[in-house]
Design a protein around this ligand. Structure first.
Ligand SMILES: [Zn+2]
Length: 472
């Protein structure tokens, strides 16, 4: 509520300013209004942070200081040029290069931005590259992601299609396995024509404030269209559809803008960076990156469930009271019912009885593994993890608060998620335990069973939890 009122005040202030100043000033500019938004600023920050963790897990971030620093410098110059009414001190604009051939760039709510190497190589000038970035920054500053969700009255959770963090592919969510990789792009495919017009106009204004020629933003759209043929795909253009006469509109806006002085664009640095990139081994396309990660060779964990191929049955054996030992190197030791099978895949271990596993994960059993944590705060990383599980299994809801517990002799959190499983058509109960590893990572255990069978599973789950020993 508070933010909404603030927006209104700004709009009123803007109008007053226009009335007072317009007749005197020789330069004017189109007024851009903050779109209506029912979400909190912190929602943008949170969604973007979760999504960026996922992006960086799945996409190859270029590890080249010189090129990255250059993009960050351009980014910072643009961010400093955002008109004051669109600056949100909570936002943290960050800039990374994705080592991919496609001409693409995207920014996440709250500020994380990713520019493909292909985009930097395609730009004819530094100004053209800055143009794309200014356009993306405008979407962030105007909070278009959550503004469009406001308009479509989507629940906030659905916004996070990209945030299928970690648990996504395993707990039986159908989308879990497929989405991940393309999530970031899916996120960006929905900008409306109105949002595009706003980002073009504000982008041009930011360009001028930062000392760039705003016409380079218009030029970049042509450059992209010219170079987007073939396998590189005009991804960026389909994410940012032409609202109509884009080129002319930006140029018309440019005529009304005064380009700030003193920025002293030196094109040599840009050319150096382009030469540097051209000298590196050929970058993969996003398609190749996705394909390779599905084969388990890439960065990500997108791909088939380790339990794929199993057949679900509505008669699943009760857990045996006889336990057997599982060890993973010397880092993990635990026991599990002797009639369960084990499935291992990239940091996740799944235990399930016959009839309880298949292409969409498990209906009965235990999954455990490690997840990256964004901070040393167990509560925070637990929440991130649980959100990821829910996003990947959208039938689940968190039905208890987090409570303190112990796991492997350490402080832990536990919580319960429930919902109607699309596989069994019964209410499923998933109990999550989390604790921290010494390297800062998160260790999680998720125990799953239909609610109607919980009495036969509780003892087995308790025994599993008690048996876990970590040595990290
Ligand atoms: Zn756009």
């Amino acid at each position: 509520m508070k933010k909404y009122n603030l927006g209104k005040n700004f709009a009123a202030f803007g109008l007053l300013w226009t009335l007072l100043v317009m007749p005197l000033a020789s330069f004017g500019q189109t007024r851009v209004d903050m779109p209506k938004n029912k979400y909190k600023i912190q929602d943008d920050v949170k969604i973007g942070r979760q999504a960026s963790a996922e992006v960086e897990r799945q996409m190859p971030i270029l590890n080249d200081n010189q090129a990255t620093r250059f993009v960050q410098d351009v980014g910072r110059r643009l961010v400093n040029a955002i008109p004051r009414q669109f600056q949100h001190p909570e936002f943290q604009y960050t800039f990374e290069i994705v080592n991919a051939r496609d001409i693409n760039a995207f920014a996440l709510p709250g500020g994380p931005m990713y520019v493909n190497r292909g985009m930097i190589e395609a730009a004819r000038t530094e100004g053209e590259m800055a143009g794309v970035m200014a356009h993306e920054i405008s979407h962030v500053a105007l909070r278009h992601g959550t503004a469009q969700a406001t308009e479509q009255s989507k629940p906030l959770k659905q916004l996070g299609t990209i945030g299928l963090i970690l648990g996504g592919a395993v707990l039986g969510g159908e989308q879990g396995a497929q989405l991940g990789m393309l999530g970031a792009q899916a996120w960006m495919t929905t900008f409306s024509r109105k949002a595009e017009t706003q980002a073009d106009i504000l982008g041009a204004q930011i360009m001028a404030n930062a000392g760039y020629d705003p016409r380079d933003l218009a030029n970049m759209f042509r450059t992209i269209a010219e170079q987007s043929g073939g396998s590189r795909g005009p991804q960026w253009l389909s994410s940012h559809p032409d609202p109509g006469n884009r080129y002319d509109k930006i140029n018309r806006e440019a005529q009304m803008l005064r380009i700030a002085e003193g920025a002293g664009r030196d094109s040599r640095e840009f050319q150096n960076v382009q030469r540097r990139l051209a000298g590196m081994p050929r970058a993969q396309t996003m398609e190749e990156i996705a394909r390779n990660s599905q084969n388990g060779r890439g960065q990500g964990q997108v791909g088939q469930n380790p339990t794929a191929g199993g057949r679900y049955s509505n008669r699943v054996q009760y857990p045996s009271s006889r336990m057997q030992v599982y060890t993973s190197g010397n880092s993990l030791q635990m026991s599990y019912p002797s009639n369960w099978r084990t499935f291992e895949s990239q940091g996740t271990i799944t235990f399930a009885p016959e009839g309880a596993y298949g292409d969409s994960g498990i209906t009965h059993g235990v999954m455990l593994g490690t997840a990256q944590a964004r901070s040393n705060d167990l509560a925070q990383s637990t929440e991130d993890y649980v959100n990821g599980v829910i996003q990947g299994n959208n039938y689940l809801r968190q039905t208890t608060n987090y409570s303190r517990s112990t796991l492997a002799g350490r402080n832990a959190f536990t919580t319960v998620l429930t919902g109607r499983s699309p596989i069994t058509n019964q209410t499923e109960v998933a109990t999550v335990f989390t604790t921290q590893l010494r390297n800062g990572g998160l260790f999680y255990v998720v125990m799953v069973a239909p609610e109607s069978e919980s009495s036969s599973y509780n003892a087995a789950f308790r025994n599993v939890i008690r048996s876990i020993r970590l040595n990290d």
